[in-house]
Design a protein around this ligand. Sequence first.
Ligand code: FE2
Ligand code: FE2
Length: 292
Amino acid sequence: MLIAQITDFHLCAPGALVYEGIDTNGHLRDTVRRLNALSPRPDLVLGTGDLVDHGTVEEYLHLKEILSALEIPIYLIVGNHDDRGPFREVFGDQPYLRGVSGKFLNYAFDAGGVRLIGFDTAVHGVSYGEACEERVAWLDAELARHPDQPTIIFMHHPPFETGIWWMDASRLRGSHRLAEVVQRHRQIRRIWCGHLHRSIFSEWAGVLCSISPSTAHHVSLDMDGTAFMEMLMEPRAFHLHKVEADGRVLTHTVNVELPNERYLPGDRMAGGLDAFRARYQAMYEQMSSGAL
Ligand SMILES: [Fe+2]
Ligand SMILES: [Fe+2]
């Protein structure tokens, strides 16, 4: 099963720009086109928060309109730029949200033999996230219902430090609560996050966690703390996860833009591209047969 994880679209009202210069609306349209054209096409898409920039009904209606061009089912969770009320008003009719009641937008579903859990980490009006007692208790109970099914959690705020201090200031609070539950339920294979606007991997609570890059603007690689609030137009990208039924996961980073030119050095190789391909096919078959 192929799962595309797109995150931090920060979509605006039609015609508006983020930080007075970033066309996040156009970026999301490009991303939808790229997803539809992927081969093989992903089985589903996860949108891991900061779906819109200001959490208004107008923005969510615009998001719904842009996502209507996506030819793959998409599941959304909220981030710190979202607002549950307006989000529910516009997206509450989505099948995966219909049974969700209460304060938080937590839900779980099966796909390709794997359990996927959307975990709501948002706190209204602030940029940091929280794994509060109520949410962690819900997660604990959900995990206890499917102890033998490989499980992946997707959520907006990462629970680990990234070394970019000003983004770490708004990471997940109460992560010790979450860690206790994650360590106890051994069926969890991965935790997928957003919020940092960069591709980052780390082991946390015994699980490999990853942060997908943003389909819009990026946070500067700022390991010495000198680039406060610097947003860069690095290549817009997302994570493409290949998930096996036993829970093994392989993750690629996919850029939204393709380069204009393709370079095929095989044409200049001895014997031409076909002979080159035949040599590699033979090598691959040897590797796959276990002969080497
Ligand atoms: Fe964001
Ligand atoms: Fe965020």
